[in-house]
Design a protein around this ligand. Structure first.
Ligand SMILES: *Cc1c(COP(=O)(O)O)cnc(C)c1O
Length: 390
């Protein structure tokens, strides 16, 4: 059976360039970066190079503004809880949005139990965070604004620069979850006035379990994990040298090849959407028609249950996602689609298709053929269809 992976927003394969960068770190350059001897220094040199690569890819002023973590979730948690705890004497109010990744939402919910107040900004029907509502909600005791750069379910791009500027005019720090943005849009932390930014390796052809938090020099942060003196005392634990080496390479490649990759993804996206529209009716394409990345497409299929569609496609070897992978074993409408005002019934029939470097037109041909068949099958047995909607 043919296998087609259209779930690159959930994770990617590790590219061969990245793998080659990692391999020597397993059994040749295996020292502990904290060791004072030559083996340790060799490992440190690998980590230093990766740190430089990540810093330069996002135009950080200094490499020491990069802290390696176990991934995007940890970087988000570290930024939100760490900043909240360090700036509690200034205030206990945090502003974020209703469409953030679970790791941001849950860090905020946890802070509530410590007496922090959280404001969740609304989004419009395209999933764009309302800037006027941000202005209204900033208070004297607001310490942090955290808004994601690109949404993982619908692919919308937020107005980061405007949001950061507004936050700074009021003396508030700005963090962004840029996990889905790296390699898709240009990120320049200095130009965009970003104080803290989270990224992850496995969304950009790097290994799983590795990511980073960029934290502008001068900003205080309380560590989540203590124990070692690694990462300048901000994150304890022996550094995962192979993963960090691979991450550095992956970030470098993502930025180096961004234009070419995006051109290719744009063509694939166009080809996919034309084919879907040609073969399937009663659909709604979610997200902003202009402010969106090329690799992610969210489509609601009326009179279809998303989980069933996912399973039928899986039987044909086509891998897609109903919403974000972290929540796909929980049957509840996506918080992102809900925030966009999409009614539950339509939201339940929503599938995320995400494309990557290896996606071909043949993949799309096969996937859309199976998709059209599966939608037809499900609509034939749908109670909503029988109720006379069509
Ligand atoms: C995948 C993802 C994360 C989590 O990153 P991990 O490295 O898997 O912890 C955070 N935010 C967004 C937007 C993501 O897509």
């Amino acid at each position: 059976m043919k296998k087609v992976y259209l779930d690159f927003a959930a994770t990617t394969f590790v590219s061969s360039e990245v793998l080659n960068e990692m391999l020597p770190c397993f059994n040749t350059i295996y020292g502990n970066t904290s060791s004072l001897h030559g083996f340790g220094r060799d490992a440190s040199a690998i980590v230093d190079r990766a740190r430089d690569r990540v810093a330069s890819a996002i135009n950080a002023k200094n490499s020491n503004e990069i802290y390696f973590t176990s991934g995007g979730c940890e970087a988000n948690t570290m930024a939100i809880k760490g900043i909240a705890h360090s700036y509690a004497s200034k205030g206990k109010h945090i502003i974020t949005s209703k469409i953030e990744h679970q790791s941001v939402l849950e860090a905020c919910e946890a802070l509530k139990t410590e007496g922090y107040e959280i404001t969740y900004l609304p989004v419009d029907e395209n999933g764009i965070v309302s800037v006027p509502s941000l202005l209204r909600e900033i208070r004297k005791d607001t310490i942090l604004v955290s808004i994601m750069a690109v949404n993982n379910e619908v692919g919308t791009i937020q107005n980061l620069k405007t949001i950061a500027k507004l936050a700074h005019e009021k003396g508030v720090l700005f963090h962004t979850d840029a996990v889905q943005a790296l390699g898709a849009i240009k990120i320049d932390v200095q130009d965009m006035e970003i104080d803290a930014l989270s990224i992850s390796a496995h969304k950009i052809y790097g290994p799983k379990g590795c990511g980073a938090l960029y934290l502008k020099n001068g900003i205080k942060i309380e560590p989540l994990i203590s124990g070692g003196n690694q990462e300048r005392g901000k994150r304890g634990g022996t550094l995962n040298t192979p993963a960090i080496a691979g991450f550095g390479k992956a970030v470098e490649i993502a930025v180096r090849d961004m234009f070419v990759n995006q051109q290719k993804l744009k063509a694939i996206r166009h080809y996919f959407l034309e084919k879907v529209k040609e073969n399937i009716d009663y659909i709604k394409i979610n997200g902003d028609p202009h402010q969106k990345i090329n690799g992610t497409v969210s489509i609601s299929f009326e009179m279809v249950e998303g989980e069933s569609l996912l399973m039928l496609l899986d039987l044909e070897g086509v891998a897609v996602s109903t919403s974000s992978a972290c929540t796909s074993n929980v049957l509840k409408p996506s918080h992102v689609l809900k925030a966009m005002g999409i009614e539950d019934e339509i939201a339940q029939g929503t599938i995320r298709f995400s494309f990557g470097k290896s996606t071909s037109k043949e993949d799309i041909d096969y996937a859309v053929e199976k998709l059209a068949g599966a939608v037809k099958k499900l609509r034939a047995i749908s109670p909503i269809t029988k109720a006379g909607r069509r």
